[in-house]
Design a protein around this ligand. Sequence first.
Ligand code: TYM
Length: 331
Amino acid sequence: MTKRIFSGAQPTGNVHLGNYLGALKNWVALQHEYESFFCIVNLHAITVTHDPKLLTESTRNLTRIYLAVGIDPQVSTVFIQSDVPEHAELTWVLNCVVRISELERMTQYKDKAKKQQQENVTAGLLDYPVLMAADILLYQTDLVPVGHDQKQHLELTRDLAIRFNRDYGETFRVPDAYIPKVGAKIMSLSNPLKKMSKSDDDANSRIMLMDDSDTVVRKFKRAVTDSGTEIRFDESRPAINNLLEVYHLITGKSAAEVEDHFAGKGYAQLKGDLAEATIEFLKPFQQRVREISDDELDQILERGREKASRIARATLQQVFERTGLTGSLKR
Ligand code: TYM
């Protein structure tokens, strides 16, 4: 049987180069090898303060971005999380399997909770990884292509699947994370010790996929560098290492070719070439984003919803049977 992948991104703000290089680029590469499900996880996006009008718009925009980076709706299933209510239903069941202490240990929860005023931290934020586990387990997923920051959530997903299977009988496939060797943690352009992040207050810290050419040039120009002049991969010089990693991934040149290309050259050249290569990738991508019509988008999402629902319903039915939640209910 063809193996399955599932992954998703939150429609909060926009997608940055880290999201693309750490995750979306790999989805595109893997979609022909696996039966693929790519979800726009809007239920996750309401775990922090948000603007309802913007969320609807960002949900559609993110769908366009999935398609424009190269997700092929003829081979992959693209859908919106809230269109398939089984995600929320399975979350409830898994809430009765997870331990609160496991959730309180999640580093992303601790970081995000710190950013919110304490009295504003929602139960949804704490429960976020359980919803993520439900996303993955509903589709009997084999592999989950994500960036490094999702590793802990994947480990929890595996633990919950194993615990449920042990207590109620074999039900879920136990998924593996797919974290690329290079690109799983693209760093901020302003501080190479922090990951590139949507929620960073400093907009210059990240390249957004919808940035225009001037903005890309300006942001790379402002990117911090390390001491020393040589341009080569070197983990002890995190700023240059990060810029080279981006160049390597965006051009497809091997690490050796990249070092050759920059031998004897300075930081200004690196930043200029990086901006040029990024713009070369972004221009046609942004054109494709603009070309996708509302009708096309609606059709793709409706097909996605139907296919995802069928599989999600079958898994949830099994979960209900195993846990005694059937009663007289036949759905
Ligand atoms: P999100 O929306 O924060 O990010 C989407 C993907 O981008 C990766 N990523 C990065 N990769 C490399 N460098 C970075 N600086 C960087 N920043 C982000 C993330 O690891 C992610 O793969 N919880 C998830 C969404 C989600 C999900 C799921 C993912 C919900 N349910 C089920 C997989 C399976 C999230 O917030 O991703």
